[in-house]
Design a protein. Structure first.
Length: 129
């Protein structure tokens, strides 16, 4: 009789262990499923954030490129204007030089006297300091 009681208890015990293992397996399966669902939604959110960041970065780089082009255009325009001013000044300098040369050819003695006076004035100022 003790053997049958022992066998019955053993059967109950093994049924209890099997049932406990089955519940544990189900709990682990549901926890894993919830973790997968949570990870999937987190992954989707990460993909959306990365796509948004990609769009923002593309917009920023486009605007920065446009600003660089605009700045380069402004600089080149300024340089062109300065080049035109320099050319006009050089032309004015040539005409001034031509006018002085013409005046010296017409009145050489007056120009020599004026140069002598300017030299004396500058020489006198140089001695004071």
């Amino acid at each position: 009789m003790e053997k049958t009681t022992l066998g019955a208890e053993s059967a109950k015990s093994s049924a209890s262990v099997v049932e406990s293992l089955s519940r544990t397996k189900q709990a682990i399966g549901s926890a894993a499923s919830e973790a997968m669902d949570s990870a999937g939604s987190d992954l989707d959110a990460l993909v959306r954030d990365l796509n948004s960041l990609k769009g923002t970065l593309a917009t920023f780089l486009s605007k920065a490129g446009n600003e660089a082009v605009r700045s380069a255009r402004d600089v080149s325009s300024g340089l062109a204007d300065q080049g035109a001013d320099i050319a006009a000044a050089a032309e004015g300098g040539k005409s001034l030089t031509a006018e002085l040369e013409s005046m010296v050819r017409r009145n050489p003695i007056s120009c020599i006297a004026a140069a002598f006076v300017v030299g004396i004035i500058l020489g006198g100022r140089g001695r004071r300091y």
